[in-house]
Design a binder for this molecule. Sequence first.
Ligand SMILES: C[S@@+](CC[C@H](N)C(=O)[O-])C[C@H]1O[C@@H](n2cnc3c(N)ncnc32)[C@H](O)[C@@H]1O
Length: 233
Amino acid sequence: MEKDKELIEAFTRQADFYDWDRYQNLQKPSNIRLKQLVERDLDRYLIGRSVFEIAAGTGYWGRYLMDKGYRYRGVEITPAFVDKAHEKGVLTERLGDARSLDSYPREVDNIICIKAFSFIKDPVNVLSHCDKSLRKGGRLLIWYYNKDFHILNFLLKLKGTSIPKLTPLELRHSQKEMRQMLNHEGFRILELQDYINFSYRFIPKFLRNNKVVHWMDDHLKYGWITFVAAEKA
Ligand SMILES: C[S@@+](CC[C@H](N)C(=O)[O-])C[C@H]1O[C@@H](n2cnc3c(N)ncnc32)[C@H](O)[C@@H]1O
């Protein structure tokens, strides 16, 4: 964990604010919409009864899934985030590293990873652990920051935060790269789509291609996220 010192320190500084800002602050249309999209896709793709979450954060989704009746386990590398999860009663979220196979359960029905894949250094290793951990036919659901995220990083840099260093471009994946990685591990892809705001479709194509629009409107924020659902063959 030594090499993640900077990442852990940055998230520890945000611990009090994080959960509120991402999930409770419903002033932001992008927060509401993203929650709706994640809930919709969890509903569509989760099977069986057990869910394991990689980089489980402050336990927001753990609480949500436990309330829905799932047997839930999570792993998270930032101790302050694990404390936040325990405050929510999500005691099955444990401190650990998603790059270690020891962190994973056996024969789990579903593995999820929400807005965290691009923070974990060594994504190929993580996908291989997922393959070993899932039961045959089990589902892997990942919501990840796609390459457009570099614009957000640029803006954050102007504001002087340390996040840009935590998410280097090589850890953000295009659809093609994600498809290749999953195919390489033998997963069958069920769905792979960018989360695009409805209004985004009406913006002229040349602007969309520039990606300039992404930071013009808070509504568009979740356009940085790509969702993939895959199945262990
Ligand atoms: C943007 S946060 C997302 C957290 C949560 N999934 C959510 O939706 O709120 C990224 C998370 O990845 C965690 N993380 C980064 N590297 C990790 C690793 N190797 N193992 C476990 N968690 C890790 C960070 O501590 C942080 O909580």
